[in-house]
Each structure stands twice: as C-alpha cells, then as structure tokens.
Design a protein around this ligand. Structure first.
Ligand code: FAD
Length: 196
C-alpha cells in the first residue's frame, strides 16, 4: 500500500486550510448556498493567506508552492464548501497558471500580480451554449480592429462571472489565412468594466 508522506510545510498548509474552512467558511455555507451569495469576504481572506496564487512564483506575488500543497488546500476548502473551492481552482489553475506559463511580463505585471495576491480574482471563459466538452466547436470570434480586438459570442456557466476583475476569454481568431488550423483558439484578457 502506498502511503503519502507529507512534509512539515504540507501539513501546515493542510491544517491552515482545514482551520480556515471550519472557522471562516462553514458558518455561512448554507446561507450563501440557499441565497446564491458570492463569498466575497472569504475570497479576500484566502487571498491574504496566499491561497489565490498558490503555485505562482513569488516573483509575481504568488506563494511559490507545489501542486501537492495546492491539492491539500483545495481538498480542505472543498470538503466544506465546493463553491468556494471552485472559485479558488479557477483562479489558481485556469487563470493564473495559463497567464504565468504563456503571458508576457507586461501581462503578468498588470494581471498576474493582482490575481495572485487576491486584489482581484479571475474568470476563465471557454464554455458556450453549444460548446462544452467539445470546446473546439465554440463560435466566439476575436477580430483585430483599429486599436485592439473585437470579441463576439456568448459564454455560459462561467465561475466568477459576475465578480471577476479580469476575464480570460477563449475565442477563435478570424482566420483569413485558410492554411491555418481552423480549430486554433486564442486567449484574450478582458478587464471588468463594472464598478467594483
Ligand atoms: C461548477 C461548474 C463550474 C464551471 N465553471 C466554468 C468556467 O469557469 N468556465 C467555463 O468555461 N466553463 C465552466 N463550466 C462549464 C463546464 O466546463 C461544462 O459544463 C463542461 O465542459 C461540459 O459541457 P456541457 O455542460 O455543455 O456538457 P456536454 O459537453 O454537452 O456533455 C454532456 C454529457 O455528454 C458527455 N459527452 C460529451 N461528449 C462526449 C463524447 N464525445 N463521448 C462520450 N460522452 C460525451 C459528457 O461527459 C456529459 O456527461 C462549469 C461547470 C460547472 C458544473
């Protein structure tokens, strides 16, 4: 039988997440679930604990931890409230990871640092009414226009959709060159325009 040996750091992260889940998340879980309330204060506190950019390099304001640390924290938070867990996973995995891996330094300075430190949280916009598992059949397009890009399409089921500070939107570039793969997808950062 395989037994996982946790380091002192892993145990500390697991215990911190467990205690936070019990003390800060559990008391309001039922109320938020029944009334559809976003856990704004909880996410803010998780950001202060460094849980919004767990695997992001300290260079960009993250905690610089490994995947096991992230999984341990996710387990503890999600065991108490899966909705809080999915807010964390989207920010850590879908938004921060992609940005740190593929973004430019200018994009990281502008977006990754506030995302990793919990000043804002992000949304990852891929699914569409007719494009879930088969994401390549999405219809949203990104067209280069004077001064930037014009996006056109509809996204569904977006975690953090009403609260995010920035949206990482998947779109198909308008392909004028027919030799390019028509399944090609681009990622575009769209800043939130609502008052926060
Ligand atoms: C809690 C939650 C949070 C989410 N957050 C986000 C988010 O932040 N951003 C985002 O973009 N999306 C998000 N989604 C959407 C999610 O990614 C989609 O629901 C998912 O991709 C599945 O798409 P669908 O619901 O259209 O189902 P479909 O793709 O229509 O699938 C329906 C069923 O058919 C099965 N199926 C599909 N294709 C095949 C196949 N080829 N062979 C066999 N079986 C198949 C599937 O397994 C499933 O059981 C979220 C969903 C949930 C539940």
């Amino acid at each position: 039988m395989f037994t996982l040996q946790l380091s002192d750091t892993h145990e500390m992260i697991r215990d911190t997440a467990r205690q936070f889940a019990r003390d800060e998340v559990a008391p309001s879980t039922i109320d938020r679930d029944k009334n559809g309330i976003f856990p704004t204060e909880i996410i803010k506190k998780l950001g202060e604990l460094g849980f919004l950019g767990m695997m992001v390099s300290p260079e960009w304001g993250g905690s610089g931890l490994d995947a096991l640390s992230y999984v341990l924290a996710m387990e503890e938070i999600s065991a108490v409230d899966a909705s809080v867990g999915v807010v964390l996973s989207v920010n850590n995995s879908l938004v921060c990871w992609g940005l740190e891996t593929y973004g430019t330094d200018a994009q990281k300075e502008k977006w990754l640092r506030p995302l990793a430190t919990g000043q804002i949280h992000g949304a990852f916009c891929l699914s569409e009414p007719e494009a879930g598992s088969d994401a390549t059949s999405q219809h949203t397009t990104a067209e280069k226009v004077d001064g930037g890009w014009s996006l056109s399409g509809t996204k569904n089921w977006i975690t953090n959709g009403t609260t995010a500070g920035t949206y990482l939107v998947m779109a198909k570039p308008e392909l004028r060159d027919s030799s390019l793969d028509s399944r090609r997808t681009s990622s575009v950062f769209v800043p939130a325009t609502r008052a926060r």
